[in-house]
Each structure stands twice: as C-alpha cells, then as structure tokens.
Design a protein around this ligand. Structure first.
Ligand code: PMP
Length: 449
C-alpha cells in the first residue's frame, strides 16, 4: 500500500490534491503522469496558457539582471515600461499605475487611495464604500468588508467596518429580461436609493465587478446597468471602482470588461490575467486627478514591499505582448462564443442546468433542482464540490462556488485559457458531458419530478 504523503502546508481544508509536475498550453500533468485539461485557467488566471516560452525567456533575461529593487530605492525598467503599457490600455484619464502582488492588495489600495483623495479635497466625511451582494473583492479585512459572500465574511464581522451592500443584478433569478434597459435601470437605481439612505455626503465609492466572478458566476449586467451606475456615481460625486481582478487582461474579449459598455471608472484594479500566473502581480490604475491631489497632499500612505517587483513586471509585460502578438482578445471572443453555444446546448440534455451565462471565455453554468422556480439543489449533496470532483477524475479542471443572489446555489466557471482552439473546445465538451452524465445519475433523486 502507498504511504500517505505528509505535508506541512495548509490551505482551506485537509483535502489533498495531486502533485503538479508540469504544465504546457492548456494542459497540466501530475507527478504520476495523469493529464488534466485546465478548463478554468487555474482560478481564471493562466489566460495565455502555461509555459509560454516567450514569457519564460523574458523572465530569464530579467532574472539574469536583477530580481528585486526596492521601489523607494530604485526605479526599474520593467516597472516603468509596464506602467506605460497599462496606462495606454486603460480608459482615458486613468494614467497612474500602482503595482501590487494580487487582487486583494489591489482592492485595498483602491479604497485607501479613494479615502485619501476625499480627505485631500476637503471631503473627509466620505468613507462608506458601497458594494454588491453577492460579490467577491478579496480576503484581507478591508476587501472582505466589501465582499458580499456571507459564509466567508460572517466569522470576521466583529473585526470589520460594516459597509452598505446593494443586490447584484441577478435578472435570471428574478424573472427579468436582461436585454431590456428597464431591467438595467431597475437594479442600478438600487445604488441611488442606497446612497440616499446612507446620506450622500458619507459615501466615498461604489465598487463593482463589471462581470461578476467567483461569487456570482460570470454574471453579465443587464442592458444599461453599467452606464446608469456611472451616471449615478458622477451625479453624487462618488468614485466608481471597477474590480477587474478576474476580468482584466482580456478574458472577456476586451482588455478591460468595462470596454463592453464604453464606461470608465475613476479607479480600476486588476490582477489574475495580468501576469497570467507567471508571477504574483496586480495593479490599481487611477485617474490622474485623484493621484495628483493625493500626492500634492503629502503622498499616498500605502505600499507593499514587493510592489513593482522587476521580475513580476517583466512577466506582465511579456504576457500583454503575447496577448497582442497572438490576437488573443479576438480568440477569446470567438472561441468563447462557440463554447457558450455548446454550454447552452447542454440545457436541452440536462434539466439540472438552470442557466448558462458569461462573455468571452468567462463562462458559467448554474445548477438547479427545478428550472421553473430556479430552486437550487440541496446543500447536503454539495453539488459544487461533487461535480468538480467527477470532472477532475475525468481529467478536466473546472471551478465552482455555492453562492448566488440572496439564496444559495451551485455554479461552475468554465474558463479555459485564451489560447484554446476550436478543437480543444470539443475536447472540453466531451470531458464535461462525460462528467455531467455521471453527475446526472447521482443527482436524479433530488430533481423536482
Ligand atoms: N476581486 C475579484 C473580482 C476576484 O475575483 C478576486 C479573486 N478571486 C479578488 C478580488 C482577490 O484577489 P486575490 O485572490 O488575488 O487576492
């Protein structure tokens, strides 16, 4: 009998996973030689695929020069070049880039910059950051206070400042037509109501994932929603923060998802696809006026030791160059449409799939016990874990969570790298169908007859 491996590492739970050996393109292999198709790009991170030789070569070149230069001692070429590139890709007026090492750090940076900006323009009463329920903005206490995901936040409630939340636009659960501008207005106006209830003079910012990620499963806003949100924030002098930690870097078919609606935030944050898994990297990009005011008022009281790490920045730069050189935004859009079409087709075959949604290669499907009422499957069967396990045993990695607007529900993100080809979509679908067939037999007793 094989001796159980001992580990001194710990993450969320005791569960052990295969030991990763190598990864290439959209595939990963464990040390026993088992192959997995990375159908979720890790956690929607590895957008350009694994072991891209051009990125590795750029990193090697940087490694031979220097791997660390403390930001208060040195400027570095990779950080400068990357900041210019990010500014060029960001909406007009957002030209100031602040590097961090991940999504939570980026969100913390954004809310602290927003607060310092309010102070610097004499609006010190503003401190509340409105967010949505459900949402995910990170696991550090500041970002967690904005996160609308009760099971993750509740234990820490006494340690956090309570922040106002409005419902996310879950039109698919509420029986509203997402293509009708009245739907967008209905949900966006909840922001205005919230601002009025809280007292407009106390509200600092509104933070929103343009397309919902882990918490809501690729929730695309209804028609007119993003535009109306922008109007309301402008009207009340509230800063609009786009949390593009998951969407930034091209996964939805545009470099930033906000581009789909032509709206510009005042601050945006992104991380996962930025360095696409080659090094820990994130950024906050802010409007020039905000940064100028804060710097003129004594400076930003914030910064992380690893910020602007030259090795991470060399990876980020090479990743963006690869996205451009390989035309990966267009591929994400094209292959995403094909994959979404196939996923939507599954609704005919499996009555437990209640909704398919998303844009580009940020796609999801949601499980229900009854499509008519959109009732979720019972919590006890832990469907979100079970289907992932089955897929895993078939060599397919997908990502799941159990949360949705107000209620609980299981959704699965199908988000392969942006280099995925049409024939690889067929392969993903074959593995997924095999997994869903097994799951169908297990779940049959729980379906509404
Ligand atoms: N915001 C969003 C929208 C995210 O998806 C995530 C990560 N899932 C975060 C923030 C936090 O990022 P990180 O895990 O890198 O701290």
């Amino acid at each position: 009998m094989k001796k159980a491996r001992q580990s001194h590492l710990f993450y969320q739970s005791h569960g052990r996973r295969p030991v990763l050996d190598q990864a290439r393109g959209i595939y990963m292999w464990d040390v026993d030689g088992n192959r997995f198709l990375d159908g979720s790009s890790g956690a929607m991170v590895c957008n350009i695929g694994h072991s891209n030789e051009t990125v590795l070569e750029a990193m090697r070149r940087q490694m031979d020069k220097s791997t660390f230069g403390y930001r208060l001692h040195f400027e570095t070429e990779p950080a400068e070049l990357l900041a210019s590139k990010v500014a060029a890709l960001s909406p007009e007026g957002l030209d100031k880039v602040f590097f961090v090492s991940g999504g939570s750090e980026a969100v913390e940076s954004a809310i602290k910059l927003a607060r310092q900006y309010a102070l610097s323009i004499g609006q010190g009463k503003r401190w509340k950051v409105i967010s949505r329920f459900p949402s995910y903005h990170g696991c550090t206490l500041g970002a967690l206070a904005l996160t609308g995901y009760t099971s993750l936040t509740q234990p820490f409630d006494p340690m956090m400042q309570e922040m106002p939340k409005i419902p996310a636009p879950t039109a698919y659960l509420d029986g509203r037509d997402p293509d009708d501008p009245a739907t967008g207005r209905y949900y966006a106006d909840m922001l205005e109501t919230c601002i009025q209830e809280e007292g407009p003079e106390s509200v600092l910012a509104f933070i929103v994932e343009p397309i919902g990620g882990a918490s809501s499963g690729a929730l695309v806003p209804p028609a007119g929603y993003m535009e109306r949100i922008r109007e309301i924030c402008t009207e009340y002098n509230i800063l609009l923060i786009h949390d593009e930690v998951m969407t930034g870097g091209g996964r939805t078919g545009r470099f930033f998802a906000g581009e789909h609606w032509g709206v510009s935030p005042d601050i945006l944050v992104f991380s996962k696809g930025f360095s696409a898994g080659y090094a820990p990297l994130g950024a906050m990009v802010a409007h020039n006026d905000i940064v100028d005011a804060v710097l003129a008022d004594g400076g930003f009281l914030h910064g992380f030791t690893y910020a602007g790490n030259p090795l991470a920045c060399s990876a980020g730069l090479a990743v963006i160059e690869q996205i451009e050189a390989q035309g990966l935004l267009a591929n994400a859009e094209k292959v995403g449409d094909i994959l979404k079409h196939h996923l939507s087709g599954l609704m005919e075959r499996y009555s437990f799939i209640g909704d398919v949604r998303g844009m580009g290669l940020l796609l999801a499907f949601e499980l229900v016990s009854d499509r008519e009422t959109m009732q979720p499957l019972p919590r006890e069967i832990s469907a979100f874990n079970r289907l992932v396990e089955i897929a895993y045993s078939n060599g397919l990695i997908i990502y799941s969570r159990r949360t949705r607007g107000g209620l609980e529900g299981d959704h699965f993100l199908v988000c392969p790298p942006m280099i995925t080809s049409e024939s690889q979509v067929e392969e993903i679908m074959a593995l997924l169908v095999k997994s869903l067939d097994t799951f169908e037999r297990e779940v049959a007793p729980y379906m509404k007859k």
